[in-house]
Ligand binder design. Structure first.
Ligand SMILES: NC(=O)c1ccc[n+]([C@@H]2O[C@H](COP(=O)([O-])OP(=O)(O)OC[C@H]3O[C@@H](n4cnc5c(N)ncnc54)[C@H](OP(=O)(O)O)[C@@H]3O)[C@@H](O)[C@H]2O)c1
Length: 358
């Protein structure tokens, strides 16, 4: 007796009809089995799915609590703040110590040669009694940018620094020198950053990743901490650190860049809490898609993000300055629609969508 599915003349057979003749059952092609298995493997496991259900429920609960707290407590406080601010001719200043009051604003902008940083520089140069220390890696592009500004009411000083090549000690030494020479520095804008995109013509590998970490993480952190130590010592200062919405939603095609920005978003937000008792205010900036050299390259490579989503660097800079000067702003994120969607999507939802689209 032949076993079901045993082969006869090389054909699979099985079962039978009423007359007892065996009917061939088409054997599943091995490649089909493999592709069904591969498809099944892409689907998340039950444990992982339950984990995500729990996370989603907790998210709904905490989002509801956050909404209640914001509406019942934070909103009345914000209204009170707006009233006090109005009675105080629109100003609620962080009181500077005597030495800073005498000196006026001294604004250190690192990454000032182009893009968002250059637009921040443009926000400060119309102010008299202000000194701006414009810093970037490439002396020529920085000089061109400053020359382009012409004569300005603010005094502009130019310095160069490669935050990706200098050690944290060297960066701290320079910050201390500039603070002595031009300071006391009242504002730091830590803006410099580099990115990669998987469609980039350059390869994505450890070397590229290391460079991005050196600039976006090590350089920006060293700079912010050196400045924070100085400001903490005199109990006054404002620090603005640029992360990204890319650090919220894990885009796989910007794997290294987005990972560095996750670090910066977290670092800056936590530093805000640690620095507050020392009268040092920290603002995290999480831009969405902004039209600069960085994103031009990505668009030339056929990015799927529509052109209308890329907003102006000038408006981004205006919002950064407003957040720094007003105080009471933890995170400046813009365009608003992108910020809302990215924050809502962060975490498990996109994780699952990413897995299914592999
Ligand atoms: N554009 C966006 O859509 C977007 C979105 C989210 C976050 N961001 C962040 O915003 C920041 C500014 O980006 P952007 O779009 O304005 O880019 P950008 O136009 O390419 O400008 C980058 C700036 O960083 C400076 N820089 C680069 N490497 C440096 C280094 N090793 N040392 C010192 N300075 C260095 C550049 O100076 P040199 O000219 O001397 O190289 C330049 O001033 C970055 O942190 C970026 O990650 C941008």
């Amino acid at each position: 007796m032949s076993a079901p599915n045993s082969k006869t003349d090389g054909n699979p057979v099985g079962g039978g009809n009423s007359k007892g003749t065996a009917t061939p059952i088409p054997r599943a092609d091995e490649s089909q089995i493999v592709s069904v298995m591969a498809l099944a493997r892409k689907a998340p496991t039950l444990e992982y799915t339950f984990q995500n259900i729990l996370v989603s429920i907790a998210t709904v609960i905490f989002a509801s609590l956050s909404l209640t707290l914001t509406v019942l407590v934070v909103l009345p406080l914000s209204v009170l703040r707006a009233i006090v601010q109005k009675c105080n001719s629109g100003v609620l200043t962080l009181i500077p110590p005597e030495e800073c009051r005498k000196r006026g604003k001294v604004v250190l902008i690192v990454g000032a040669s182009r893009g968002i940083g250059f637009e921040v520089l443009k926000q400060y140069v119309p102010e008299p009694n202000t000194t701006v220390i414009a810093v970037s890696k490439d002396a020529d592009s920085l000089r061109n940018a400053i020359t382009h500004l012409g004569d300005t009411p603010a005094t502009v000083q130019m310095e160069t620094l490669d935050i990706g090549a200098n050690s944290s000690k060297e960066i701290a030494k320079l910050v201390n020198e500039w603070d002595e020479k031009y300071g006391p520095i009242s504002h730091l804008y830590a803006i410099s950053g580099i990115s990669n995109h998987i469609k980039d013509s350059s390869p994505w590998n450890m070397e590229v990743t290391e460079k991005i970490i050196q600039v976006n993480v090590s350089g920006i952190t060293a700079l912010s901490m050196a400045m924070y130590e100085r400001m903490k010592g005199r109990k006054y200062g404002k620090i603005c650190i640029v992360g990204s919405v890319a650090g919220l939603y894990n885009p796989a095609n910007m794997i290294s860049y987005a990972s560095t920005k996750s670090f910066i978003n977290t670092f800056a937000t936590s530093l805000r809490v640690l620095a507050a008792p020392h009268n040092v205010e920290v603002v995290t900036v999480e831009p969405g898609f902004i039209d600069t050299r960085m994103t031009k390259k990505m668009r030339q490579q056929g990015s799927t993000v529509p052109d209308v989503e890329f907003e102006s660097a000038e408006e981004m800079a205006r919002r950064m300055k407003a957040g720094m000067e007003k105080g009471g702003v933890g995170v400046v994120s813009w365009p608003t629609r992108q910020m809302v969607v990215m924050n809502a999507l962060q975490g498990k939802t996109l994780d699952i969508l990413n897995m299914l689209s592999r």
